[in-house]
Design a protein. Structure first.
Length: 611
């Protein structure tokens, strides 16, 4: 009997150890990082290497610095990596701009693994390096939104870059009879002529911008023109039209007959005219910063192309506001398209973009148009992007804005009106991830803080109390299998709740059966996207979690699996159930300790009885 008891105890311990190994066998939730050198000089480049536990093909993210300063060329503080062959390391080249003992904290959130496709996990790491060589020389670079203007017109001087970032700036002009400039960089054209505006920092750095003012309310008729101004073509053809004497005003381009001729701006000085069908049309083009216009006469011959009418891309969102210096956003299309930016100096298309999703990255303050051109049919849609200078950025606004009281094991989504980094002052009470998902861990109080790229913060207080009976709150109870959907609160619910399996291209309508949804999210937009009305569109094979968020932050979730082109469902065993955030799992380590303790007590009791 004694041997049997020992055998059973050892068997229990072995089973618990196996559970622990399997649990910890999932992909690591962190990465390690190191620099190619321990010390460099200001102005030198250094290689940052990030190590993963599995081979990856691409990733993107951001980093922060304390101490000295490091930047990524042309990208601000954005990290991007792509290698189709796969590797367990990603390398980035950074430049030292300011001296100091530097700590860099890295967040990578768009990691694609070679073995099992896209991952929605967020990886963090850190490394340190000493930067020597003294302070960076003061500098400033300026631009102007309209360097040529008419009498009475206005323009604005903007700062492309400045060091130190908090340095003061004054403006002066060498010919005050031609134009004036105020302390905010606003320019007013007074009379015909040329002038040079100079920006001077408190540290003595300078940069100049030349302007030209025309004498009339409109420039000469032949100044703003198109070439060719007459197009005779056939159905389905494209014609490039050059713009001279100014640049395009994207809001003042129109066609008299869209069924005959449509258009796509390609940068500021080229317009692509597409022949849609037979007939005649006139395209009117406006000049940026002026009332001047030019016209293109289009005559199209031929028959309507056979087959179904080409689709116009549906883009989400239709407008984006970013902050300068590497802030990113995502734009999705319902059909395959090619993406172009009218001004890559303002916002660029990232290398890891696909034909249904564009990753855009801000550079300098200004405006740009992102154009999506359908691969089948050539129809277009556009998204307007405004990039604000970092000094224009206000403190973020958190939703919900009031303090929150929640039970242990419950979860709630917070959102902000800007790109922010979330943190909890006491992770033992409640944690918060990069998407603003707060999970209550133990009774107590913590402060959840949102910090934007300019360092401004906003916070709310979260009070956690012990769970009461019932299933209130906004999270999945412990007993619910995440593979079977998520139960929701008594006041907020969605339908369906069980896992949905669909084909690529299919759509699902998720309905709110109780309460009102203030926003919708997909944990993996590459797999499936969701619009503001709960309509889910399947994009590629894999699994994603669709989350509905109520105005008070409560959440309701459903898992969506997208089958591949062979009609096979992704292997559930290869996917972690952490797609639906766990809010009440018992610790496997605690389970192991309790199992061992049970075995020891049982053996002690047995020995007492045998004596």
């Amino acid at each position: 009997m004694k041997k049997v008891l020992k055998f059973l105890c050892l068997l229990i311990i072995a089973a618990l150890i196996a559970i622990l190994v399997l649990k910890n066998g999932a992909r690591a939730a962190s990465v390690s990082a190191n620099f190619s050198s321990d010390s460099i000089e200001v102005g030198d480049n250094v290689t940052l290497t990030v190590h993963f536990d599995s081979d990856i093909t691409s990733c993107s993210g951001t980093y922060t610095c304390s101490g000295g300063e490091l930047t990524t060329a042309g990208m601000g503080r954005v990290l991007m990596y792509q290698n189709a062959d796969g590797s367990d390391t990603a390398t980035f080249t950074l430049s030292a701009t300011t001296a100091g003992q530097t700590e860099i904290n890295i967040t990578l959130d768009n990691v694609t693994f070679k073995d099992d496709g896209p991952s929605g996990e967020t990886f963090t790491g850190s490394a340190s390096i000493n930067i020597s060589g003294g302070e960076q020389e003061p500098s400033i670079a300026i631009g102007i939104d309209h360097s040529s203007m008419d009498v009475g017109a206005t323009a604005h001087i903007y700062i492309s870059s400045i060091y130190p970032e908090d340095d003061s700036v004054t403006y002066s002009i060498d010919n005050s009879e031609v134009a004036s400039v105020d302390s905010e960089g606003n320019v007013l054209a007074l009379q015909e002529g040329g002038a040079t505006i100079t920006a001077t920092t408190g540290s003595g750095a300078t940069d100049t911008q030349m302007i030209t003012v025309y004498g009339g309310a409109q420039p000469p008729v032949d100044e703003f023109s198109v070439n060719p101004s007459t197009i005779n073509t056939t159905v389905g053809s494209n014609t490039n039209v050059g713009i001279s004497g100014g640049t395009l005003d994207y809001n003042r381009i129109s066609t008299s007959n869209a069924s005959v001729a449509s258009f796509v701006p390609y940068g500021e000085n080229v317009l692509i005219v597409h022949a849609e069908g037979p007939g005649d049309a006139t395209i009117t083009v406006g000049k940026s910063g002026s009332d001047a216009t030019a016209t293109i006469s289009v005559h199209v011959e031929g028959e309507e192309p056979p087959g179904p009418e080409a689709q116009t891309p549906e883009l989400n969102p239709t407008s984006v506001t970013l902050n300068a210096g590497g802030e990113s956003a995502s734009i999705t299309s319902n059909i395959p398209v090619t993406w172009t930016s009218s001004n890559a100096n303002v916002v660029a298309i990232a290398a890891n973009s696909s034909d249904t999703q564009a990753a855009i990255i801000s550079n300098y303050a200004g405006t740009a148009i992102i154009t999506a051109t359908a691969k089948d049919g050539g129809k277009t849609a556009t998204v307007s992007v405004t990039v604000k200078a970092n000094d224009e950025q206000a403190a973020p606004t958190i939703t919900p804005s009031s303090n929150i009281k929640m039970e242990v094991g419950k979860s709630v989504f917070l959102s902000a009106n800007q790109s922010v980094t979330w943190s909890s002052s006491n992770s033992a009470v409640a944690t918060v991830d990069g998407d603003g998902l707060v999970i209550a861990k133990s009774a107590g109080e913590t402060k959840i803080t949102a910090k934007n790229k300019s360092g401004k913060t906003s916070s709310i207080t979260v009070t956690v109390v012990q769970a009461s009976s019932g299933n209130g709150g906004g999270s999945t109870p412990d007993s619910v299998d995440p593979n079977q959907g998520s139960e929701t609160t008594n006041t907020f619910a969605i339908s369906p709740t069980k896992t949905q399996t669909v084909n690529i291209g299919d759509t699902i309508q998720i309905k709110v059966t109780k309460g009102t949804a203030s926003s919708w999210r997909s944990s993996k937009p590459a797999v499936a996207t969701v619009d503001n009305n709960g309509k889910v569109t399947a994009n590629s094979p894999g699994t994603t979690i669709i989350t509905a968020v109520a105005s008070d932050g409560s959440v309701a979730q459903v898992k969506v699996r997208v089958k591949d082109e062979n009609g096979e469902v992704p292997d559930p065993g290869s996917e972690s159930n952490t797609d639906v955030p766990s809010t009440g799992e018992a610790s496997t380590e605690l389970l192991l300790v309790l199992g061992v303790l049970t075995c020891v007590i049982a053996m002690f009791i047995f020995r007492k009885k045998t004596k």
